[in-house]
Design a protein around this ligand. Structure first.
Ligand code: RB5
Length: 146
């Protein structure tokens, strides 16, 4: 990937601070962060935010996404209901690199109540710095899409 992709970020109420820290980190690194909120801490529903981020990606407005809820699990499940989305929860840098290299994941999900900010930023870097390897992995990704 030559041009830096636009990256949509969304979360539920449990992950606002971490989401904003990730957005700032991404921007500092020269990527374009599109933070679609929520911006205020009232309790909210993670499926809505997972769907909103997923729609930004499948529409082509953004090329990648980073979504968060308390565990990263619920919002990941919601995002994966949108056809064309391949989203995985990552709590370690190895998995974050591999979901890009092997699974061509277009959204990364993180649990804000599971990992601290330092690890979360490393996970984001591992995900964004990796590239899809294609080849036999493209065959398998196509099977997922089927
Ligand atoms: C919200 O309390 C919590 O359930 C949510 O952030 C997430 O962990 C769900 O998967």
């Amino acid at each position: 990937m030559t041009a830096k992709p636009r990256i949509v970020l969304s979360s539920d109420h449990s992950a606002i601070e971490l989401r904003q820290a990730i957005a700032a980190h991404i921007t500092e690194r020269g990527w374009e962060a599109v933070d679609i909120g929520p911006m205020t801490p009232e309790s909210t529903h993670y499926p809505e935010h997972g769907k909103a981020a997923a729609q930004r990606v499948v529409s082509g407005d953004c090329q990648l996404g980073i979504i968060l809820c308390g565990t990263g699990q619920g919002i990941m499940m919601a995002a994966n209901k949108v056809p064309g989305i391949r989203c995985g929860v990552c709590m370690d840098t190895f998995s974050a690199r591999m979901i890009r290299q092997h699974n061509d994941a277009n959204i990364l999900s993180i649990g804000a109540r599971v990992v601290g900010e330092g690890l979360a930023l490393d996970i984001v870097d591992a995900y964004l710095d990796a590239e899809f390897e294609g080849g036999r992995h493209a065959t398998r990704v196509a099977m997922i899409e089927d």
